[in-house]
Design a protein around this ligand. Structure first.
Ligand SMILES: [Zn+2]
Length: 258
């Protein structure tokens, strides 16, 4: 699989003859421009594809042979919908992972304690979840992510090791930041697109019908439709005879740094 350093070497090697030829052939510069556009497109596509493993390692699925899936919730905790999600999970004896946003934890500390005491795993999904997070410097990313780790530590006395990149975007700065804080990045293999339902739950469920053993499934516990989606999804998984497993057991990883 090609990664960022190999990609750069490949383009550098190809660029040398391409630029050399431009000294002898007029209008060759058009090819040079196209070449650099192609280079940039490759970088961008790799950046927005959480499963590319291009800039950094992101674990996106477990071993299908175990015939289980793991479910994850991003962007909470949310005072209205997270308790409903917890209720459904408890009823079905399912342990999930909640990738929390620091600024939401700050105003919902009791809820975070409840998620944790219910036996779920708490992961980090940045403090700000800024729209421009991917434009932050590596240092600023590190500060943002650590702020969430600190709030979570103050609340449940555990410092998360699992990190989920906002919007699933990765880049060299994030790779550097995550390495420095010694965290593990977790992606997904099945995305519900539950935040884009606009009331059309059927469309989300249709997508979720593709669930298969080994999947890490992405939901958001901030949307009003999540309780209904989750209940129907659990039925769907049970019909397929697939079991639910918490992400630490699925991946055999430590989920807290201390
Ligand atoms: Zn998010």
């Amino acid at each position: 699989m090609i990664n960022f350093p190999k990609y750069n070497i490949l383009f550098f090697v190809l660029a040398i003859p391409l630029i050399t030829v431009s000294f002898f052939i007029s209008y060759w510069w058009i090819w040079i421009i196209l070449f650099f556009i192609l280079y940039t497109v490759g970088l961008t596509l790799s950046s927005i594809n959480i499963r590319s493993n291009f800039y950094m390692k992101v674990i996106c699925e477990g071993n299908p042979e175990n015939n289980s899936i793991s479910i994850t919730f991003d962007d909470g905790p949310n005072i209205i919908n997270t308790p409903k999600v917890l209720e459904i999970l408890k009823k079905n004896n399912i342990k999930a992972c909640f990738f929390c946003i620091g600024k939401n934890v700050e105003v919902n500390k009791e809820l975070l304690k409840q998620i944790y005491s219910d036996g779920h795993i708490i992961g980090n999904h940045t403090y700000s979840h800024s729209y421009v997070f991917d434009l932050f410097s590596s240092g600023k990313m590190k500060t943002d992510i650590q702020a969430t780790n600190n709030i979570i530590f103050e609340t449940i006395n555990k410092r998360p090791k699992l990190f989920r990149p906002p919007y699933g975007v990765t880049n060299p700065n994030l790779a550097k930041a995550i390495k420095k804080i010694n965290m593990i990045s977790i992606g997904w293999s099945l995305r519900s697109f539950d935040t884009t339902t606009k009331g059309n739950i059927g469309k989300v469920l249709k997508r979720l019908e593709n669930v298969k053993a080994g999947d890490i499934v992405l939901f958001h516990d901030i949307i009003d439709e999540i309780p209904e989606i989750l209940e129907k999804f659990i039925e769907l998984v049970q019909v397929k005879n697939i079991s639910f497993v918490s992400i630490d057991k699925m991946l055999n990883v430590d989920v807290y740094n201390e």
